[in-house]
Ligand binder design. Structure first.
Ligand code: C5P
Length: 232
């Protein structure tokens, strides 16, 4: 499985994101497009960035009844994204339907990964609001296993969970980990962070890096530093 750095393009307009990507005149980074940019600019922004030679992780976290997710995934697959995701909480039936929708006539499809419990959900909220009466790490591992049983390729998880996910679901089950910071950088609102080198050490397959690159005075140098530390 190819290891890579995915740059989180958390911008709200086409002008901003294209201005940012224009700086990358050599290697074209794998980029993540999230809800903010997608809802602001629509599918044309995906086509535009794809045309410029970037691979795309479309981070829309689908969660609905299986039939709706299947049909939505069919549309995303036609957009030729490289990776997309959904909530494992939608159940195995939903995840299987998603895979069916994503698979193109020639048998190819984007990588499909699941969000387990969002890292913003605390144990307390899970217990008292969602009435899930188990330790959060047990819930995360169970959701990851459901994703694997449904045939998905991997999960988004904290770098701190990546090793355990590989132990439970196999080394070829992909871990995509945000929460990455340089040792000498700002943490911002992220709490549990790891450096690119630590993420490599624990076996993350893809790291998702936003502000350490997008807010850097020299984004290309910051991206190259990530690549060097994570891939070598
Ligand atoms: O700027 P920063 O490096 O914190 O960006 C991380 C990216 O990963 C953001 O797009 C954020 O929404 C996403 N993400 C995250 N934590 C999760 C899931 C996604 O930070 N648990």
């Amino acid at each position: 499985m190819g290891k890579d750095v995915i740059v989180a393009c958390d911008f709200s307009s086409k002008a901003e994101v294209l201005g940012f990507l224009d700086r990358f005149t050599g290697v074209k980074p794998f980029v993540k497009i999230g809800m903010e940019l997608y809802y602001a600019e629509g599918p044309s922004i995906v086509r535009e960035i794809k045309k410029r030679g970037h691979r795309i992780f479309l981070d829309l976290k689908l969660h609905d009844i299986p039939n709706t997710v299947m049909k939505a995934m069919r549309v995303l697959s036609r957009l030729d994204v490289d990776m997309c995701n959904l909530h494992a909480a939608g159940t195995r039936a939903m995840m299987e339907a998603a895979l069916q929708g994503l698979t193109r006539e020639d048998g190819t499809r984007p990588i499909l990964i699941a969000v387990t419990q969002l890292t913003s959900t605390s144990q307390e909220a899970m217990t008292n609001e969602l009435l899930i009466d188990r330790p959060i790490d047990e819930v995360v591992m169970s959701y990851a296993l459901n994703a694997k049983l449904a045939g998905l390729d991997g999960v988004v998880c904290s770098p701190l969970e990546a090793r355990k996910v590989h132990e439970n679901c196999g080394s070829d089950f992909i871990t995509v980990t945000p929460g990455v910071r340089f040792a000498d950088g700002e943490k911002g609102d992220q709490v549990r962070v790891m450096t690119p080198a630590q993420a490599k050490e624990i076996g993350s397959d893809y790291i998702v890096v936003g502000r350490p690159i997008t807010a850097s005075p020299d984004p290309v140098a910051a991206y190259e530093r990530c690549l060097k530390d994570f891939i070598g």
